[in-house]
Write a protein that binds this ligand. Structure first.
Ligand SMILES: [Zn+2]
Length: 781
């Protein structure tokens, strides 16, 4: 008895030891990078490092292919332990009869083991290793896993490896869509790929496929009609080019996740449509030597990117930077950050939506912004300054808010690219002094829309709503936990900003704006960088954010390249396709109504004659009261100002008057004929001086003026200018206490001053005077 046990143990050991010692089949060959849409369809792929189309293993084998494969290769696959003694003996007999190797008797498990060992010669020792490896494989892996291993690594002729790659290369469809005929053809192929290379040797392949189809019919896998139709189906043809529906996105994953299968959030229908829109518009832009155009669309609720067109592919833009993924490229922001500043200032209570902001010629140290149309309005409401994208009011707003605070706000909202100091950017940050990408821009707008939507739905906030766009399906959406708990912006501030952006106003340029006078519900903003290098357009609805960039990847500017003309048409075409019936809900719970002065938009003061109620952020209750309404004392005819020193109290009328500072007034009244200049003081009445009569438009006191020499080497001139409430009054100009000249109506002089500090004094005919000290710096050469 003991002896029998001993023999049994030894026998078992003799079999088990080599099984355990034999290698467990593993596949280490490099893989292709495969990028799929949200429905699993192929967006694009990149070949593996060894030049093979070898897709990463999929998680299942299509049923038709499995049935065809088992019928053709291994009927007893689910019943044998990795080797099938019956087939081995049958193969041995056939080989002996034929005098050569005509059959291997290999199971699919043995073939998988063989595939993992590369293309080795078919020797007996090799065959024995395969058998032991197959046994080990069966011990450690399920039947399904072994099938997947085979399907992913079987050769399909040429440089095509695996069923998935073969299916796309030869049939142009995913493997799970294969017909019975295609499944049969692909089951036959790996057995002798050189013999039956699709596109060649059609007869051999057809004969083998048809035999297999009949065998499957005999097993009742399908009915006779299906068989007839299957036998008539053409064979898989020559290898096809793989789909390339999002080439820049495929490249992005090729860099980041090489050799992986990525299931993205891309909606293939939207991707195709947006590509079509981008290419159609590119065709128009190409006439103006504008070669690159990109568009990204993000779903607000989930943050998922549903379209990613990194560049146009119209007419092969490869030679013109078409290969650059613009969505990830850093470009000058132009005006595209202005909405964030507006929202920040609503939240801080620095301004109310219609607060008047000065719009007059302004120079800041080393920086003199200009409006796009080179004109000034004197004063504009903050919301109009935003929707019309006026530069000077925006710079003044940033000055009031503080550049440092703004930089902090941009970072908290999700921008990561502004990595210099506030001092480095200065006030130009609001006009494109910094760089960002379409990717970040889209992510920030979607985050803002998301907090507004959530607040309206749940009356609360979640920091997790601030995150970059999501590209991988089912990816954890909170990509960066900042650890912060304070929301950078509130639902109310975002809503007020979107209300201002929804208005169809004249944005930046007259040309083409009428084109967008649609009733689309969309908060949108365009931007154009210095030198017409970058044209931006970004728009949001409660459901989507669409961001568009147009320009040249190499940075070449083109006249006429503006956000409105080059980028916005794509935004609106996409919007028409997606639809935008809904609009954001006002988050009334965290807002308040505030009484404002109708003329100035400031919180109403005691002297403001006309007021109205508006919705604003609660902090707006603490905002500055109207500084422009003053009660003045007039004669009965209301033609002159008087004081109690020169008129009887019964002859004095007290009336509130809207008085802008002289420089604002000078430009404001040109565009507002209803504006009435405050009446002059009556002769003999001493002016109370509380209302200045004149003001320097240029230079501003204390400014340092850099004067270049012109081409002849002569210093160019400075043109000081004064706004006087009564332009007909004479002004006497003095430089450093020396009289220079007199002006009337147009108070502008031509000055050639030497480098150094100067004092400019202006005295009007009534004896009012203003002084301005300034410095001139000239270049050496
Ligand atoms: Zn007022």
């Amino acid at each position: 008895m003991k002896r029998k046990i001993k023999i049994l143990l030894i026998t078992t050991g003799v079999i088990i030891t080599p099984v355990l010692l034999s290698p467990l089949p593993r596949f280490k060959a490099p893989l292709s990078t495969v990028v799929e849409a949200n429905d699993g369809s192929l967006l694009g792929a990149r070949i593996a490092d060894d030049g093979q189309w070898r897709f990463p293993p999929s998680d299942s084998v299509p049923e038709k292919f499995e049935k065809a494969l088992l019928a053709f290769e291994d009927n007893y696959f689910y019943f044998h332990p990795g080797i099938n003694p019956v087939s081995l003996i049958r193969a041995m007999i056939s080989n002996i009869k034929a005098g050569k190797v005509v059959s291997g008797g290999s199971t699919l498990t043995m073939q998988s083991a063989r595939l993992s060992r590369g293309n080795r010669a078919r020797t007996y020792p090799e065959k024995i290793i395969e058998m032991f490896s197959a046994l080990k494989l069966e011990l450690f892996r399920s039947k399904k896993e072994i099938l997947e291993m085979y399907a992913s690594n079987a050769p399909f002729g040429g440089n095509t490896v695996g069923l998935e790659a073969a299916s796309w290369r030869y049939s142009g469809i995913p493997a799970y869509n294969l017909s019975w005929a295609e499944a049969a053809a692909f089951a036959v192929l790996p057995n002798a790929p050189s013999l039956v290379f699709p596109g060649k040797n059609q007869e051999v392949l057809k004969r083998r496929r048809d035999e297999l189809l009949r065998k499957m019919f005999a097993r009742h896998y399908f009915d006779s009609v299906t068989l007839t139709l299957a036998l008539d189906e053409p064979l898989p043809g020559e290898p096809k080019t793989l789909p390339s529906k999002a080439s820049h996105l495929t490249d992005l994953f090729f860099k980041k996740n090489k050799g992986s299968r990525i299931i993205t959030t891309i909606d293939p229908v939207v991707q195709e449509k947006v590509t079509e829109i981008v290419n159609a518009h590119q065709k128009i832009l190409a006439n103006n030597q504008i070669h690159n155009l990109a568009c990204i669309i993000e779903k607000v609720e989930t943050g998922e990117v549903i379209a990613y067109v990194g560049n146009s592919s119209f007419n092969d833009t490869a030679g013109n930077g078409g290969d650059v993924d613009i969505i990830q490229s850093l470009r000058s922001t132009g005006s595209i950050l202005k909405p964030v500043l507006y929202a920040g200032m609503q939240l801080s209570g620095d301004i109310l939506p219609n607060t008047l902001i000065p719009d007059i010629p302004t120079r800041f140290p080393g920086f003199s912004p200009k409006n796009f149309d080179q004109t000034w309005s004197g004063a504009v409401t903050a919301s109009n300054a935003l929707s019309q994208s006026l530069n000077i009011p925006s710079v003044r707003m940033l000055q009031k808010y503080n550049p440092e605070k703004f930089l902090t706000l941009l970072k908290a909202a999700g921008f990561t690219t502004f990595n210099k100091t506030a001092g480095y950017y200065g006030l130009s940050l609001i006009l494109g002094g910094g760089e960002t990408s379409l990717w970040e821009l889209c992510g920030v707008y979607a985050s803002l829309s998301r907090i507004l939507n959530r607040f309206n739905k749940e009356q609360k906030y979640s920091m997790s709503d601030f995150h970059p766009p999501v590209l991988i399906r089912n990816e954890n959406k909170v990509l960066s936990d900042t650890g912060k708990t304070e929301m950078p912006l509130s639902a109310a501030s975002v809503w007020l900003t979107y209300e201002a952006l929804q208005r169809v106003n004249r944005p930046e340029s007259e040309t083409g704006w009428q084109y967008f006078s649609s009733s689309q519900n969309c908060a949108w903003k365009t931007g154009t960088s210095f030198g017409f290098r970058d044209a931006w357009a970004v728009g949001t609805t409660p459901e989507y954010v669409i961001a568009v960039w147009a320009g040249n990847a190499d940075g070449e500017g083109r006249p006429g390249l503006t956000g409105v003309t080059a980028a916005a048409p794509v935004l609106f075409n996409v919007l028409n396709f997606l639809g935008s019936e809904k609009w954001f809900v006002r988050p009334s719970e965290e807002m308040t109504t505030i009484k404002i002065c109708t003329s100035s938009g400031y919180r109403a003061g005691p002297d403001c004659p006309e007021t109205e109620e508006i919705w604003a952020c609660v902090s707006g209750l603490k905002s500055e009261a109207c500084p422009y309404h003053h009660v003045i004392h007039l004669n009965k005819a209301k033609t002159m100002r008087v004081t109690s020193a020169c008129a009887a109290p019964s002859d004095i009328i007290n009336e509130p008057w809207f008085v802008l500072p002289p420089a604002m007034e000078y430009f404001y009244k040109q565009k507002h004929p209803e504006y009435k200049t405050v009446p002059p003081p009556a002769p003999g009445c001493t002016d109370d001086k509380s209302i200045p009569v004149m003001e320097y438009i240029y230079p501003s006191p204390g400014v340092k003026i850099f004067i270049p020499r012109d081409q002849t080497g002569t210093l160019t001139r400075v043109i000081p200018e004064i706004a006087h409430r009564v332009p007909s009054k004479k002004i006497f100009w003095h430089l450093d206490n020396n009289f220079i000249t007199t002006t009337r109506f147009i108070h502008q002089i031509d000055l050639l001053a030497t480098p150094g500090t100067h004092l400019l004094t202006a005295v009007d005919e009534d004896g009012n005077s203003i002084r301005c000290s300034f410095s001139i710096i000239s270049s050496i050469n």
